[in-house]
Design a protein around this ligand. Structure first.
Ligand code: NAP
Length: 283
């Protein structure tokens, strides 16, 4: 059996067209949606992500402010800039690219963003509200994964889902969204004993660890949906996920490629969150 490809680029294109149309309507009413992106330091991967986010804004009618700061930026200056952006009516979403340099307390920075502009959904108010089912924003990567499952009308109610990885930005919110959709969810971390015993039971596997070939074909139940969040480099320097794609696609029912799967959906959900923030602000 060969799995059906869950094409993140195609779904992202469709969703972005809707974002662009809604952004144009708001702009015509004098409320162009705006996103501020802050990058501190020179991390090469972060520079690429941030550039892609800013470009996606431009391409879809969202105004963007891009602040680049040197790696030795004092924490107080970053907090002061966030305070300015919190007060700026042209800015509806604020994103601070992680990771931040070690001398800056990421928690303090994320908590400084006004919850109604927290388009990454990392503020404790939104993370907490996700637990109770009604956040202002859902974190973009797991939200994108949910949209991909929705796009194939995957029957999550009663399904067994295994999330491999338990970070605050991907694994934990992913598990919460799957749970809210009616799945029975297991969250695995680096201490999990016999990972394969868990994944083999899963109707849906979400791999979000950052280790190439962690999920092999023998770990996947035939017909399962396999969502690969991981972003790694192979020996040739090519981008790859956490899933042994070539082998797993012969077993799975659906599979996301890397690149072209979760990545474009993450940026798309950032646009959606920014647009919705602007729609809320415009009443
Ligand atoms: P992270 O903060 O490093 O978290 C990794 C998680 O994986 C941790 O919970 C860790 O467990 C767990 N883990 C490590 N080894 C494991 C193992 N052998 N078995 C099971 N769990 C294991 O990473 P992250 O920020 O969540 O990102 C995960 C991956 O997704 C990375 O490759 C990242 O680049 C990628 N990513 C992609 C996108 C996208 O748009 N495509 C967005 C965000 C992240 P402990 O909690 O026990 O340490």
């Amino acid at each position: 059996m060969t799995a059906t490809l869950l094409d993140g680029n195609a779904l992202a294109k469709k969703l972005r067209a809707d974002v662009a149309a809604r952004a144009a309507k708001l702009t015509a009413r004098g409320h162009q949606p705006g996103l501020a992106v802050i990058l501190v330091g020179e991390d090469p991967a972060s520079q690429v992500y941030v550039r892609n986010k800013v470009k996606a804004c431009e391409d879809n009618g969202i105004y963007s402010v891009f602040d680049r700061f040197p790696a030795d930026l004092p924490e107080a200056k970053l907090l002061a800039r966030i305070a300015e952006l919190n007060a700026d009516p042209k800015v509806h979403g604020i994103l601070v690219q992680l990771p931040l340099p070690k001398h800056i307390d990421s928690h303090k920075v994320l908590e400084a963003i006004a919850p109604e502009k927290d388009v990454d959904g990392f503020h404790v108010a939104n993370a907490g509200a996700l637990m109770t089912g009604a956040p202002l924003f859902r974190p973009c990567t797991p939200y994108g994964c949910m949209k991909m499952l929705e796009s194939i009308e995957f029957p999550l109610r009663g399904a067994r889902a295994v999330v491999v990885g338990a970070s605050n930005i991907v694994g934990k919110p992913m598990a919460m969204m799957l749970l809210q959709a009616g799945a029975t969810v297991t969250i695995c971390n680096s201490k999990t004993r016999d990972l394969a015993a868990h994944t083999r039971e899963a109707d849906v596997i979400v791999a979000a660890v950052g280790r190439r070939n962690l999920i092999t074909a023998d770990m996947v139940k035939p017909g399962a949906a396999v969502i690969d969040v991981g972003m790694n480099r192979d020996d040739q320097g090519k981008l790859c996920g956490d899933v042994d794609f070539a082998a797993v696609k012969e077993v799975a029912g659906w599979i996301t490629p890397v690149p072209g799967g979760v990545g474009p959906m993450t940026i798309t959900m950032l646009l959606v969150n920014t647009l919705e923030a602007a729609e809320r602000a415009a009443g």
